[in-house]
Design a protein around this ligand. Sequence first.
Ligand code: SF4
Length: 102
Amino acid sequence: MRNTPPRVIPRRQALRKLAVAAGTAAALPLTALLGNSRSFAAEVSGKASKTAVRYQDHPDGASFCANCANFIPGPTGDSPGTCLVVAGAISPKGWCLAYAAG
Ligand code: SF4
């Protein structure tokens, strides 16, 4: 086994590289880092955004949220519920690409 000495970066050079990296990060607009607030909320919740799954607030034929395995009903039959995989309020009459017959 060959022993090679660790590469030493001069302190001044290291600080310069760090300053360039910090300046680049600060120059990026916050929206470029986080996207819009809805997609950010979806990422934080671990669920897909409505846009990503092409959610619509009306059925796709006989397929709709109320008969989807992912739907969590609201307090009444007509009120919005939630979904296991899509972020936000979900209409029982809605539909999306993640539909799973329930
Ligand atoms: S996966 Fe799609 S179709 Fe199923 S409940 Fe969620 S939003 Fe509705």
